[in-house]
Design a protein around this ligand. Structure first.
Ligand code: HPA
Length: 287
């Protein structure tokens, strides 16, 4: 079956649960799923109830789709995301983004936990993604590889302004009003994982221009841009990953730092949604 038809089937399945037309699609990264608990008038759909939808297999990722309202914004949220290292292809990992776009979302807000390549970043800080380096994609492991379906987007999409400038300014404004919030802006490098990087790999990733490293986000962003959505990407820095201090990372540490930062993350996201509600008011399709 063609990807397009799979997406349409999944959209139909969601529509059996909810008629809500979301303005925003939200993907919640490792340990950041708490925000989804606060969605109002929400309908919750386990991924297993949706055709063609891969299931989330990692600790810290619940695996359900939530539709509802938050801060006056109609949204669809993925509580639990999918990764390449789980064995899914980039096309499978990004099917949910296509479905959320077809449901009506005009903006993708995507979050993740990431290691700091930039020595100035501390665990618990946030990084607004200004740009990315798609390491798996540059090497051929790319969500748009294969025949292009023009119903989704063009063959050769530009990614020069992938991370929307107006939305970044909005996040900076909201962050400035939250006490003890450290928000950086930088370049996210995607690796496929699941092993954490060697010190030599981390030095390499820093040298090629990365500020933070993680195992997600980039495929979803590319597919969102392919379909004309505006994108806002936010990393929570969970650990140092400079390759210089001899530190070892583990998933427990990543989840613990995410849990400790959760209340600030929720404040930031709710503030951003409140501003977005104003921005999107009266606007139909942005692009
Ligand atoms: N490396 C890769 N992915 C990550 C890291 C890291 O140090 N921390 C959280 N996700």
């Amino acid at each position: 079956m063609m990807l397009y038809d799979q997406v349409e089937e999944a959209v139909k399945a969601v529509r059996r649960f909810s008629a809500l037309v979301p303005q925003v699609a939200l993907i919640l990264g490792s340990g950041l799923g708490e925000l989804a608990e606060t969605v109002e008038a929400g309908v919750t759909i386990p991924y297993a109830q949706l055709p063609h939808w891969p299931s989330a297999t990692v600790a810290g990722h619940v695996g359900r789709l939530i539709l509802g309202q938050l801060e006056g914004v109609a949204l669809v949220a993925m509580q639990g995301r999918l990764h390449l290292y789980e064995g899914y292809t980039p096309q499978e990992v990004t099917l949910p983004v296509r479905v959320m776009a077809r449901l009506g979302a005009q903006v993708l807000m995507v979050t993740n936990a990431a290691g700091a390549l930039n020595p100035a970043y501390q665990p618990g800080d946030f990084m607004l993604i200004r740009d990315h380096i798609n390491l798996p994609g540059l090497a051929g492991w790319h969500p748009l590889r294969g025949p292009n379906d023009e119903r989704f987007g063009v063959r050769f999409p530009a990614l020069t302004a992938a991370y929307d400038e107006e939305l970044r300014a909005l996040v900076q404004k909201v962050a400035g009003e939250i006490p003890s919030m450290h928000l950086h802006e930088g370049v996210y490098v995607m690796v496929s994982g699941p092993s954490y990087e060697t010190p030599a790999e981390l030095r390499f990733l820093r040298q090629i221009g990365g500020d933070a490293v993680g195992m997600s986000t980039v495929p979803e962003v590319i597919v969102a841009r392919h379909m004309g959505l505006r994108v806002l990407g936010l990393s929570l820095i969970t650990n140092s990953a400079t390759g210089t201090g001899g530190q070892t990372v583990d998933h427990g540490e990543v989840l613990a730092t995410a849990a400790a930062a959760s209340s600030r993350f929720v404040l930031l996201m709710r503030g951003v949604l409140r501003e977005l509600a104003q921005l999107l008011k009266g606007q139909k399709r942005i692009q």
